[in-house]
Design a protein. Structure first.
Length: 146
């Protein structure tokens, strides 16, 4: 059963900025459930971040700063993607994905991933790691039922 995201004032998040949260916080403080974080912090827009080092074939160890935004109030990902680009740790390649939860169950819904010349398998694998670890699929479904 979906949880209610209307804790506190109903319009308390209308002008609130998106929350930028490390994956470790979601895992350690919210049992790996983005939905719990969103309810507790009265937000409907979150960007989960994860710095990671990966051995890439023929390129050696590379560092990435992976970010997945789950939003309900953004018409596009540009502002969030730009912020990830600005705040990526030094030496990390930013990889940004956007999940517009407000479009779930419509023809426009999809997961949008920035173009990055690292190979589709690696790119999708890094994004999928965040999606699975933070239980984003369940969160999007819950948000759509509001």
């Amino acid at each position: 059963m979906a949880k209610n995201f209307k804790h506190g004032k109903q319009n308390s998040t209308v002008d609130a900025p998106a929350h930028f949260v490390p994956l470790g916080v979601i895992i350690n403080e919210y049992s790996g459930k983005l939905e719990r974080y969103m309810i507790k912090n009265v937000t409907r827009d979150v960007v989960i971040t994860m710095p990671v080092s990966v051995d890439v074939a023929n390129k050696g160890k590379q560092k990435f700063f992976v970010a997945v935004a789950v939003t309900t109030r953004f018409d596009g990902p540009e502002a969030l993607s730009d912020e990830i680009g600005r705040t990526s740790p030094k030496g990390h390649i930013p990889l940004f994905a956007w999940v517009p939860a407000n479009l779930y169950n419509s023809d426009e819904f999809g997961i949008f991933i920035d173009e990055l010349p690292i190979g589709e398998v690696l790119k999708n694998g890094l994004v999928n790691e965040l999606i699975e670890q933070a239980d984003i699929e369940k969160t999007v479904i819950a948000l759509s039922q509001q």
